[in-house]
Every structure is written in C-alpha cells, then in structure tokens.
Design a binder for this molecule. Structure first.
Ligand SMILES: C[S@@+](CC[C@H](N)C(=O)[O-])C[C@H]1O[C@@H](n2cnc3c(N)ncnc32)[C@H](O)[C@@H]1O
Length: 366
C-alpha cells in the first residue's frame, strides 16, 4: 500500500497519531490541528517533525484543506456537547461549530479522502451532530460503521466506553459486513487481515492479553520508590500521588479503589487528581491492609482516628505515566518537563485509548 496522507484534527496530545503508528499502515500525518497550548506543547515534544497548526479548525480555508491533499481524516471533536453530565447542547453548543464546519467542507473538497475515523463519547450516537455526519457521509458516497467500544474488550484493565465511526469511500468496501446497528465488539474481518493481530505485533507498552491475566502490576504501574519519600510520605517519588488527608476524610466513601492485582479501573477523565468523584480510580498501594478493616466503623471515629485507619491503605492517585500506560501510549511517549501534573491529567483525560483506535484504523483500511 502506498503511503497515506493523514490529517489529524483536534489532535490533542496525539493519541490518533500513536494509533496510526501502532497499526503499521504506511502513513504520514501531513498536519495536526489543535488550539490548546498545553496539548500542542506535548504533541510537539513527541512529534517534532509533524506540522502542527495551532489554530482553530474554522480558521482553515477550503484552500488550506485542498493543499494538504490528504487521504484520511482522524478526529476527536470536543465531547462536552454530548456528555450525559454536560448540558447536551449538541449542534447548538458553540463547541460543535468546528465539527459542523468540517461537514460543510467535506463535500466541497477537490479530492474526497478515502478514509475517515471519528471518536467521541457515548451519547454522540443519539445526537443531531451524528445524524448530520451520517447524512454528509451518505451524500458524499461513503460506507460507514459505528461502534461503542471500551478498552476492556481488548483485555485492558481500564474502562473507557467511547463512540467511534469509521468510513470508507465507495466503491471501496470494508473487509467486514457493515450494519446499521452500533457494534459493541470488533467484527471478524472477511479478508483475514492484520486487524485482529495488532496488539500482539505492535511495540506497545503492555500487550493487552498479558494484562488480562496479571492485573495492573508489572504492566502498567510504576515502581514505588519508598526511599525517596519525604516526611508524611508526600515526597518526590510516588508518595507525591498519595491522597491528601482532606480528600481522604471528605471522599473516602465515594472513591473507586483498586488494588495492583485488579483487572479493572474506571475511566480517567480530565478532572482526575483534582476532583475525586467519578474522575477515575485510586490505587491501594499498601496491599497488606484490608479495605474492609480500614473502612470499618468509620462513622464512629474522630477525624484523626479516621485518617489513621484510612492511611493504612496508602491510597494514591494513578500517576500520569500509569494512566498513559493504561491508555496504550508507548513507553517513549513523554511530557515536556514544564507540564504540571494537573495539566498532564487534563490532556490525558481528553485523549483516547491508542490500542482501540489502532485496531479500528487497521479495520478501516484492511
Ligand atoms: C477530545 S480532545 C482530542 C484529544 C486527542 N485525540 C488526543 O489524543 O489528545 C479535543 C481537542 O480539540 C481541541 N479543539 C476544540 N475545539 C477546537 C477548534 N475549534 N479548533 C481546533 N481545536 C479544537 C481541544 O483543544 C482538544 O485538544
């Protein structure tokens, strides 16, 4: 296959770019576009050779698009207009404007891209934005398939249920039978191509199949460096991720606690490390202690006693590196030194599972 020219829209920290590399399709990202300064710094740090356009998508003209002469669009438009906890502003939310602009540009391009992949949150599938996308694709002569997939379906111990759509320009056809239903698992390829083999052959940080057996330890977690910790355990090593006393007291009962041997964790979102409820799991780093004992009769204790009891578990946040591991970022992915921990959580929370998208790209082009 000749090298595909890929346009990465809403590029963030480059989750799509890593997925493209992982699936080993000969491809070149001809431009990545995003307005977020922090995300762009991380992107540039990891992909210094890729042209990064730090501007709004609505700011690109039809000529700009045509000059890029691309074969594939990979995109993750902002998801807030479609989330359950958002206001579900859908197409009337100003954050959907750039996406509608892309739909307006697509039929007017000098050359229709052969492939298109979109990622968004669960909820997008029932939106008017999705209806507009599907209508545009049909009008422009694409076949498409929609999915709701979580990394757990690849044996990765992290939930992140997301909507995906892959499209291919007719008369080219997909290697699997498309359906109008939203698929919740990867379909079997009729061509017996490489889509199913990606996680085995790719140089990924953690082969999902071993993760399914071994839990998080070894494959996803960083070493605990106890000797580096300062007073109270909140030193420079992993101790810096310990939950502060205030958080322990206020939110202990609301947290999703996992042990290193666990094969699950909840979706990490952009507020992780800052807000506790519903933003991601916390890790019980001392496994000698029992959760049941630490939580026993908490109501009857003074704050001081509660803290003493809860601190046996050594509950800590997953580090940004660990979250990147769970999201399938390769071990050579890194952050610029000046990116704060809070910024790291934010941009990771906005990103995607690289292994899931790698599979989808392989399925799309296969
Ligand atoms: C869901 S995140 C995409 C994350 C990306 N796939 C990754 O792996 O990090 C959406 C991104 O779109 C960017 N964005 C939102 N509106 C934009 C616009 N109008 N033009 C360009 N970028 C935009 C945000 O800055 C954010 O980084």
């Amino acid at each position: 296959m000749e090298q595909l020219r890929v346009l990465e829209l809403y590029s963030g920290i480059g989750g799509m770019h890593y997925a493209l590399k992982e699936c080993r399709v000969p491809a070149l990202v001809v431009a990545a576009v995003d307005v977020n300064t922090t995300a762009n710094e991380v992107y540039r740090h990891n992909f210094p050779a890729t042209p990064l356009w730090a501007k709004t998508i609505e700011g690109l003209t039809l000529d700009d698009f045509n000059r890029l002469d691309f074969d594939m669009i990979l995109m993750s438009p902002p998801c807030q207009p479609f989330t359950r906890i958002g206001l579900q502003g859908d197409v009337s939310d100003p954050r959907t404007k750039s996406f509608l602009y892309i739909l307006d540009i697509l039929p007017r391009l000098a050359k229709r891209p052969r492939f298109l992949l979109l990622e968004n949150v669960k909820g997008f599938e029932t939106s008017s934005a999705r209806d507009a996308l599907v209508k545009t694709l049909k009008d422009c002569g694409y076949s498409y398939q929609e999915f709701l997939l979580s990394p757990t379906c690849l044996g990765i111990p992290n939930s992140r249920l997301r909507y995906f759509l892959i499209a291919r320009v007719l008369p080219e056809s997909f290697s699997f039978q498309t359906t109008t239903e939203v698929l919740v698992a990867f379909p079997e390829s009729k061509r017996g191509n490489s889509a199913d083999r990606i996680p085995n052959s790719a140089p990924s940080h953690a082969p999902p199949q071993t993760a399914a057996r071994g839990g998080m330890r070894g494959d996803f977690l960083e070493e605990e460096e106890e000797e580096e910790e300062g007073e109270g355990g909140a030193g420079r090593g992993m101790g810096r991720y310990l939950l502060p006393p205030k958080t322990l007291l206020r939110y202990a009962l609301l947290m999703d606690i996992v042990r290193p041997s666990c094969r699950r964790s909840v979706c990490f979102t952009k507020g992780y490390g800052h807000y506790v409820e519903g933003t991601g799991s916390v890790l019980q780093s001392c496994t000698d202690a029992q959760v049941e004992t630490a939580f026993a009769a908490l109501d009857s204790l003074t704050d001081e006693q509660k803290l003493l009891q809860l601190s046996q578990l050594r509950l800590r946040y997953f580090s940004p590196r660990e979250i990147a591991n769970l999201m399938g970022f390769p071990s050579h992915f890194s952050f610029p030194e000046n990116t704060t921990i809070k910024q790291r959580y934010r941009v990771l929370g906005n990103s995607l599972n690289v292994h899931v998208v790698a599979r989808l790209i392989a399925l799309m082009v296969g």
